[in-house]
Design a protein around this ligand. Structure first.
Ligand code: CTP
Length: 373
């Protein structure tokens, strides 16, 4: 069993700290009932600050957002809107119920009360609400608080993963982030989650969210353990290696961490093994080898031991000539393949520090183009 967690008890104080501008939000609601919901309540109880919160309005979320001013963005279909409250970004939503026309499809939405809104959610720890007017008394119809304390992820009903299989990946995300475990029945149900029923876009978005977590390597590992993903061969070593590499320059500039983590976990397999094993003797040889490699391939190859790639991404790949094709044409080389060959040879020699400066480049390029080498 995971360890017991300390749960915040002074919710009034926690709320004021999390939402310093709460009075402005109350004014904007103009009497409509407001509730903090979802991950925001979970994190408040865990004492974890966050920069965005979800608020449910029993009324028109768009109207409240408009009254808050700023850049409210309204999404018609889900009656949701974004607004800023000081430093905190608020996702406002009209309370709604959902039904799933078919497994994995986007839900159909209709207006409803708070309790129905909580009942449509993924896990008990995400299905609590805190009223933002009057006494801040936790509304917890699905017993999320004891699950939170015990560190358990529990679905609200048996069809949860059938309705929305992405919840299985969300479970891996929360398990990795908080060290939560799956409650026994939830673990059984999760095994039946069929991610193939979800559109490729939604699946990819959820995988990227999982990979973005600070504990993304662990999350992807858990998802694989649970039968949701097939890891590529060697992923267990590759994931931590990529994770360590990608957090600092120069590699943090080469590829986005979530994408690199996903390729480390799932593939596709490219030329990384070849690049990792190579030992170029000269910079020009390294540039030749790495030409056309995608960023993720470079990161993976470095994580697999291709140390020469540090030089490649820091220096070699940024080396360019001061001259260009027009200089060769002006010097009498006819337009055509000879121009390219000349430039390529000059670049190679510049990379290998055999020449330096514009004149030397032009001389080397002309010699190569004229076949004087
Ligand atoms: N939710 C859900 N099922 C989903 C997606 C979302 O039930 N497939 C609900 C959950 O109650 C969740 C809330 O919508 O807490 C907000 O969704 P999201 O922002 O994705 O979750 P957070 O828990 O806020 O995630 P994070 O902490 O990573 O911001």
């Amino acid at each position: 069993m995971p360890r017991q967690r300390r749960i915040e008890t002074d919710l009034g104080a926690a709320l004021s700290a999390a939402l310093p501008d709460l009075d402005r939000l109350r004014e904007a609601a103009d009497g409509a009932a407001l509730y903090l919901v979802g991950g925001a309540v979970r994190d408040l109880l865990l004492g974890r600050p966050r920069g965005d919160v979800d608020v449910v309005v029993e009324g028109d979320a768009a109207v409240v957002a408009r009254r808050l001013g700023g850049d409210a963005i309204e999404h018609e279909r889900f009656s949701t809107a974004k607004a800023a409250l000081g430093e905190v970004e608020i996702d406002l939503a009209s309370a709604r119920a959902e039904s799933y026309p078919e497994p994995g499809a986007l839900p159909e939405v209709r207006p409803a009360g708070l309790l129905e809104d909580l009942a449509r959610r993924d896990f008990t720890v995400n299905a609590m609400a805190l009223p933002l007017q009057g006494e801040p008394q936790l509304i917890d119809p699905h017993s999320g608080r004891p699950d939170l304390q015990a560190g358990l992820l529990r679905v609200l009903h048996e069809r949860s993963f059938v309705d929305d299989p992405t919840r299985a990946l969300r479970a891996a995300r929360y398990a990795a982030r908080f060290g939560f475990e799956l409650e026994r029945r939830t673990a059984e149900l999760l095994r039946e989650a069929d991610l193939a029923k979800v559109s490729a876009d939604r699946r990819a978005a959820e995988l990227l969210r999982l990979a973005s977590e600070p504990e993304g390597a662990r999350g992807l590992g858990l998802a694989a353990e649970w039968g949701l993903l097939h890891l590529r061969h060697g992923a267990d070593k590759l994931l931590p290696a990529v994770d360590a590499l990608i957090r600092q320059p120069p590699w943090s500039e080469v590829a986005a961490r979530p994408r690199a983590m996903l390729v480390a976990a799932l593939g596709p397999v490219g030329r990384e093994a070849e690049l990792a094993a190579a030992r170029p003797q000269r910079p020009s040889e390294g540039v030749e080898l790495a030409r056309g490699a995608r960023s993720a391939e470079l990161v993976l190859a470095r994580a697999m031991g291709g140390e020469w790639l540090d030089d490649y991404v820091r220096e070699w790949r940024g080396v360019t000539l001061e001259i260009d094709g027009s200089d060769l044409i002006a010097a009498g080389i006819p337009e055509g393949p000879k121009v390219g060959q000349g430039l390529q040879e000059a670049l190679k020699r510049k990379l290998d520090a055999e020449i330096e400066g514009r004149d030397a480049e032009l001389e080397a390029a002309l010699a190569a183009a004229r076949g004087e080498e």
